[in-house]
Design a protein around this ligand. Structure first.
Ligand SMILES: Nc1nc2c(ncn2[C@@H]2O[C@H](COP(=O)(O)OP(=O)(O)OP(=O)(O)O)[C@@H](O)[C@H]2O)c(=O)[nH]1
Ligand SMILES: [Mg+2]
Ligand SMILES: [Zn+2]
Ligand SMILES: [Zn+2]
Length: 401
């Protein structure tokens, strides 16, 4: 049976055939002097709690051509032209060029308190600034909601008010909306003459959603749709690492809402088998970056020469395989010291493509009242997992390693 080519919405992760794409009226004065009245969009409201009044939605029956490309449509009420394309399920506005450029959905998962929200904020901030410069990459929020949400809610809090986020609200996957960014690599030399665009969608799960079987299912759709997964594990939840943490480290609570990295990994593995419909003898092939957070609390005990004590090489705008594999091997060795050998067994048995990473989003512990240290945010190796995924997607060149 031939499969119908389908698109996957970067906001709700539901697949849809391109011909089902909807349009939203531009809300301008139409050729007849009429203007469509904005109203609350039920789909956006139900799905994401977004209640603003917006111009009406209609199917793309009457497409209009721009430069020979049928990218626009004419509104049946006001006859005005629009280029705003929407997902038929959640009514989110699709990124410009969506469907014609690579779109990659990256799910960020991990136990409660493992550092996901802080990590996502710092990673995106870095991609927009230093890492972006290094790779000559432009990283921009691909819709108004992402742009304002990211700068107001995430960046402003962490970087200007030095406030660490509270627990991400669980059970509300329907309301939390992924942040969608467009990464443009302007490496004409590396990719021929054209820029390389990749749309990446980040979904920050609530750690508590991974505790029970039922709420894990909430995330199944996101995991099923993901092209790559960043699994953030907190070494400070592991017995061996806890014992070796730098004096004064704020150790995370170990209550019944927090789960050990092994348990989280076990559950995520089950969900992925379910989501991908894979039998027990076929390993999961979605690339998984297994990233250990909060390395700042453990670095003091690493032997000199550890790749985790140096910054990744940054002379060339490529993903450095040799460096990454050195980190991978070192983390695998550390897992034994941290009482996490089981993690490596689970990974090897069930996943065909995975790599270990060690990073710190803050670069140092938070203050006693859990705020960002007054010296600021000094991230360390935060981009590695993301760059690895981009290289897996062939969106970034990698050295041979
Ligand atoms: N030492 C250190 N602590 C960190 C770092 N990042 C986060 N933390 C600590 O971990 C806590 C939890 O971080 P969050 O980003 O809120 O964790 P989360 O995974 O989003 O948690 P939930 O939303 O509850 O699932 C923070 O309040 C900090 O105390 C880091 O890079 N280093
Ligand atoms: Mg969170
Ligand atoms: Zn959607
Ligand atoms: Zn209209």
């Amino acid at each position: 049976m031939p499969l119908m080519p389908s698109l996957l919405c970067p906001y709700c992760y539901q697949p849809f055939p391109p011909r089902k794409t909807l349009f939203r009226c531009a809300g301008l004065l139409g050729p007849g002097g009429e203007r469509c009245k904005p109203e609350r969009d039920q789909a956006l409201s139900r799905r994401f709690g977004m209640n603003e009044a917006l111009p009406p939605v209609f199917p793309g029956g009457r497409l209009t051509a721009v430069n020979g490309r049928r990218t626009g449509a004419r509104c049946p009420s006001c006859q005005g032209e629009t280029t705003q394309r929407l997902c038929p399920n959640c009514h989110s506005q699709l990124p410009v060029h969506f469907g014609r450029v690579d779109s990659r959905l990256i799910a960020l998962i991990g136990a409660k308190g493992s550092g996901k929200t802080v990590y996502m904020t710092v990673l995106l901030h870095e991609l927009m600034h230093s890492v972006g410069r290094r790779f000559d990459a432009a990283v921009v929020g691909s819709d108004d909601h992402t742009r304002s949400e990211f700068s107001k809610r995430y960046e402003e809090m962490l970087y200007r008010q030095s406030v660490l986020p509270g627990t991400t609200r669980p059970g509300q996957a329907e309301v939390r909306r992924p942040l969608v960014f467009k990464v443009t690599l302007d490496r004409s030399g590396l990719f021929g003459t054209r820029d390389r665009h990749t749309i990446t969608s980040f979904f920050d799960t609530a750690g508590e959603d991974l505790i029970s079987k039922e709420s894990v299912d909430l995330n199944v759709r996101y995991l099923r749709g993901a092209d790559g997964i960043i699994l953030l594990l907190d070494p400070l939840q592991m017995r061996g690492a806890r014992a070796g943490a730098a004096p004064g480290t704020r150790l995370p609570d170990r209550d019944d809402k927090t789960d050990s990295p092994v348990n989280v990994l076990t559950r995520v593995t089950e969900v992925l088998y379910e989501a991908t419909g894979r039998g027990p003898n076929r390993r999961i092939d979605v690339p998984v970056a297994v990233a250990f957070s909060k390395i700042d609390a453990l670095r003091h005990a690493f032997p000199p020469g550890s790749p985790l004590l140096r910054e990744p090489p940054d002379a060339e705008p490529v993903f450095d395989q040799a460096d990454s594999l050195a980190v991978h091997d070192h983390v695998r060795a550390l897992l034994h010291e941290w009482d996490g050998a089981q993690i490596d067994q689970i990974m090897r048995k069930n996943f065909s493509t995975f790599r270990y990473f060690g990073l710190s989003a803050l670069g140092g512990g938070p203050t006693a009242d859990n705020r960002v240290d007054p010296r600021g945010v000094h991230p360390y190796r935060v981009a590695d997992p993301f760059l690895w995924l981009l290289s897996r997607f062939n969106a970034l060149p990698a050295t041979k390693g």
